[in-house]
Design a protein. Structure first.
Length: 355
């Protein structure tokens, strides 16, 4: 009997030690949840901080379980795009996280964030404790007293309730899709606003101005694109007919800009023109392209360019089939094809209904 008691005491002591160790480990990791517009732009600043173990993009504060990205982006739920940060409070404090947060957002606009409009993009601090609430309120008081922002700070302070991670293709977007991310961010107006408020905070990261590619980014593109892709998209070159990647591609899917990833054409509008280049009766949307008069080659043609990256794509002719009577004659080298089966995995789920 005595031996059994000893065994039980030893087992209980071991269990207590293990439980205490587990509790200490749990206490070493805290959580912060911030919303500040598109979650793509909120990941990188926090992931680079010492003491932060993970940053997850997702949807916070709503009542619908496991909302889809499409539902949230269209404002069909009461969720907000947010990031959830796991951090070690012995290495980085919540105050320091708040300091980084204020330098990523416009806290004076609660109708959206930069180009993304709607309540699903408004700035919110979801506090996980009374301490986090006090610290957030204090930081707002200090910034207000400093007169840092030209208008009143209207960031919501809301008790945390739920958080649902976004699909995998939205995680680490800045590193998984660097060109598309940089083009999106440069057009959003976020960095221009932050520079105005805080001074130049962008350091040496590549810049992608609206409808122009800087010398620095041209160098980046030369490393990322083939020689032909670079010459076509950046120098308005034309690839050989019948000797290019997609002229006879019959797969279902969409064609996106090789530079920025913006969706341009669908296989549902592709036809065999006999010219040796990919040909389409229309663009995937009215906003996908820009048109420019081209007076080279001793004639006048209508040049087609992508709206975001301003990549040269090809030309538009009025000799196409019904229903449009138009032929969008495009260089394969300016495109990347995404099969219909890969749309969701590569972040183009909204085009799945085409197929």
């Amino acid at each position: 009997m005595k031996n059994w008691i000893i065994v039980l005491l030893v087992s209980f002591g071991s269990y207590t030690a293990q439980t205490a160790a587990a509790n200490r480990t749990a206490e070493a990791v805290s959580t912060a949840t911030f919303a500040g517009g598109c979650f793509w732009c909120m990941e990188q600043p926090f992931e680079q901080l010492d003491g932060v173990s993970s940053v997850i993009s997702g949807f916070a504060g709503g009542t619908i379980k496991n909302p889809s990205y499409r539902m949230v982006a269209r404002g069909k739920t009461n969720h907000v795009e947010a990031v959830q940060i796991s951090y070690d409070p012995t290495k980085i404090t919540y105050q320091q996280l708040l300091t980084v947060y204020w330098r990523q957002i416009d806290p004076t606009d609660n109708a959206g964030s930069f180009v993304d409009r709607g309540k699903q993009y408004r700035p919110v601090i979801y506090f996980h404790s009374a301490t986090q609430l006090d610290l957030a309120q204090h930081s707002i008081k200090i910034l207000t007293e400093q007169g840092r922002f030209p208008k009143k700070i209207v960031v919501e302070l809301t008790a945390f309730t739920t958080f649902y991670p976004a699909p995998d293709y939205h995680q680490n977007y800045y590193s998984e899709n660097p060109l598309r991310y940089h083009y999106y961010r440069s057009r959003s107006g976020r960095d221009d606003y932050l520079d105005l408020i805080w001074g130049n905070t962008r350091d040496a990261k590549p810049q992608y101005p609206h409808h122009k590619v800087s010398n620095a980014s041209r160098a980046d593109l030369k490393q990322l694109l083939t020689t032909l892709q670079f010459d076509v998209t950046q120098n308005d070159a034309t690839e050989p007919s019948f000797n290019n990647e997609y002229w006879d591609n019959k797969q279902q899917g969409i064609y996106v800009d090789i530079v920025s990833g913006e969706a341009l054409f669908s296989s549902t509008d592709k036809f065999r023109s006999g010219t040796g280049w990919p040909s389409f009766t229309k663009a995937i949307s009215k906003m996908a392209l820009t048109k420019k008069q081209d007076n080279t080659l001793f004639t006048t043609r209508m040049e087609l360019r992508s709206r975001v990256a301003d990549s040269h794509l090809g030309h538009l002719f009025e000799d196409g089939p019904a229903p449009t009577g138009q032929r969008y004659c495009i260089n394969s080298a300016s495109l990347r094809f995404i099969p219909a089966s890969q749309l969701k995995a590569q972040g183009y789920a909204q085009y799945g209904s085409l197929f």
